[in-house]
Design a protein around this ligand. Sequence first.
Ligand code: GRF
Length: 198
Amino acid sequence: MQEQFNIVVLISGKGTNLQALIDASHKSTYKISAVISNNAKAIGLSRATTSGIDTYVIEPKSFNSQLEFENSLAARIAEINPNLIVLAGFMKVLGPQFIKLFHGKIINIHPSLLPEYPGLNTHQRVLKDKKKIHGVSIHFVTEDLDGGPIIAQEQVDVLSDDTVESLARRVLEREHIIYPKVLESLALGKIQISDYEV
Ligand code: GRF
């Protein structure tokens, strides 16, 4: 029998990607062991609770430094001992110590065709640059912000009448399809970290 592939999902806000991962998990090989938010007000927390998933809130403001915050986050994750840490709209940049500790075990979804448009406000910048193609990337997290090895990408056409909102909506819809698929491939071992230079 396939061994259970446990993931911890880190969120900060709405959690629509989390919802897509929850919905797909019922017919997938991966199991969401816990959801951790760095923001007590994240709507995504109630999505997890509704689905009977353990939730934890670890907020930077409860600590004296970013390092202490990350140590607490790391300790919680180490207790859960997941196969993979899945960032889904987690808006806090993680430091080198944390990333080293979970080397090759953290993935992120980013709303652009990396290496183009790392960082924030990707949709605004794509429209400002009058790009015809935009998209979404899933990548391993390394110390290089939004710069780790890319696991999967999908393109989204930019329409002539697109606004930030309309473009963001279509990219997000694509995120909701691609993230569960990548998770399932990782859970089944079809995608392996050894295939990447992480
Ligand atoms: C998504 O666009 C994701 O790519 C980015 O933040 C957004 C989070 O959305 N990192 P949600 O919280 O999953 O709804």
